[in-house]
Design a protein around this ligand. Structure first.
Ligand code: UD1
Length: 426
């Protein structure tokens, strides 16, 4: 298993580029299932979850070319024939987003067999809302041996009010509704930019969708979708992680090729912490404004503070003067980075969904273990300011979602290198 070796102490200086959003790319790749034509996606990040999705689609009979036409970040997908509409456990066990193929598969082929998802171990993470929605659209769903099987001759449009806001649930049902008979109206939808990105692709494919990015989405089902070309949004979580990297190291970092409009809650919070921020059209510059000050966060659905930035923010809070309260509202059990930060010298206590961070505490290097994707990023951020050399184990979690993370950070002055396993295991 690969490890990172990070020596702390360098302020990050210069320009760092943001890749395409993994969480937009995954549903957009799944959307290609809805048509027998070719779908070309630009700005696909080179991360392991994308490779998993490629394997998943290929195993069903699709043609998927990552790096199409010699463009590293272009992907061509053609689902002319889906001979095996099954998402196998061996492929999906590492990636919860596999549930995203459920809606498009049943809409296109009338049958879907999908292994119950794995992915980050942050709470129970059920998919009941996907299932309830598809049932409301007329699908029959059964469960056996860890697989869900969904069947329907043709899905029917439905009025669905989500009990709880779910990002991939909204995306899954949105895809299903594009080919359903009649109108669907979804309420209490996720408003995340990734939903809007997916809707833009679906509209380019011929879908009739109104209201994506708001709480209510209306879809008029059509009988067929066609091919399209679409560019994936910049990754707001990667951009946010770099903003914190600049802030925590007291550097001067220009985070380029991002969409500042998607970073509002984080930028506001960083300003409260005393960080200087300059916002451009497609870049954000972050600079030290002297000592960092404590500020509280509560994670919420978009446009609130993203749960996917909570762990990274907590690393920053350890370096801020005063007490910061961090409330995690979206997932239970998303504080697995806390024990590792404490081992590095942080003063953090947890009570239920609330973590209290008392700063500023000097951090020391240690051997630490990555437990999930964003927790890994949090530990790298902490290591960038720790005294000495931190060794991070299990960076395969990070490789699921950050493209060339250590190379990008090295390019702006971080001392970080990857150490391979002697047996070559990932
Ligand atoms: C997506 C993101 C993930 C992010 C999360 C919240 C992708 C691939 N992943 O995950 O990075 O952390 O949004 O912004 O886009 N829930 C149910 N039943 C369901 C579905 C969800 O109870 O059927 C609950 C979950 O347990 C959680 C909450 O709803 O408490 C939100 O989860 P959801 O928005 O679905 O997260 P994901 O779409 O899996």
């Amino acid at each position: 298993m690969d490890k990172f070796v990070v020596r702390g102490g360098n302020p990050l200086l210069g320009t760092i580029k943001v890749s395409g959003a993994k969480n937009s790319a995954l549903p957009c790749m799944a959307a290609a299932i809805l048509t027998e034509d070719e779908v070309i996606l630009e700005n696909i990040p080179q991360v392991n979850d994308i490779e998993t999705e490629r394997k998943l689609l290929t195993s069903m009979g699709a043609e998927v070319e990552l790096g199409y036409g010699r463009a590293q970040h272009r992907t061509r997908i053609k689902c002319a024939i889906l001979s095996d509409p099954v998402a196998k456990y061996e492929i999906v066990k590492t990636m919860r987003a596999s549930s995203l193929v459920l809606g498009p598969l049943i809409a296109r082929t009338g049958i879907a067999r999908v292994a119950m998802p794995g992915g980050c171990a942050i709470g129970g993470r059920p998919i009941d809302l996907h299932i309830n929605g598809l049932e409301a659209m007329g699908a029959t769903i059964t469960q056996d041996h860890g697989y869900l099987e969904a069947r329907a001759d043709r899905l029917k449009g439905a009025h669905i009010v989500f009990d709880k806001i779910t990002v991939t649930g909204t995306e899954d049902l949105l895809m299903a509704a594009t080919l359903a008979e009649g109108e669907s109206v979804f309420e209490n939808c996720a408003r995340e930019p990734e939903v809007t990105d997916l809707a833009a692709l679906l509209i380019a494919m011929g879908a009739k969708i109104e209201g994506a990015g708001t709480g209510t989405i209306r879809i008029q089902g059509v009988s067929k979708l066609h091919g399209a070309r679409h560019r994936i949004n910049p990754d707001r979580i990667e951009a946010g992680t770099f903003l914190i990297a600049g802030a925590i190291t007291g550097g001067d970092l220009n985070v380029d090729c991002c969409e500042p409009k998607h970073l509002g809650a984080l930028i506001t919070k960083l300003e409260q912490c005393g960080v200087k921020i300059d916002v451009g059209t497609d870049h954000v510059r972050v600079r030290s404004g002297g000592e960092l000050k404590a500020a509280d966060i509560t994670t919420e659905e978009y446009p609130g503070f993203p749960t996917d930035m909570q762990a990274q923010y907590m690393a920053l809070a350890t370096q801020a003067e005063g007490t910061s309260t961090v409330i995690e509202n979206i997932f239970e059990n998303r504080f697995m980075h806390v024990q590792e930060l404490i081992r590095m010298g942080a003063n953090i206590t947890i009570s239920g969904r609330t973590a209290t961070v008392r700063g500023k505490t000097p951090l020391q290097s240690a051997a630490v273990m990555c437990s999930d994707l964003r927790a890994s990023a949090s530990l790298v951020l902490a290591a960038l300011v720790a005294d000495g050399e931190t060794i991070l184990d299990r960076v395969y979690h990070l490789d699921r979602g950050y493209e060339h993370f250590e190379e990008k950070l090295r390019g702006v002055g971080a001392q970080i290198r990857r150490m391979g396993d002697v047996f070559g295991r990932k």
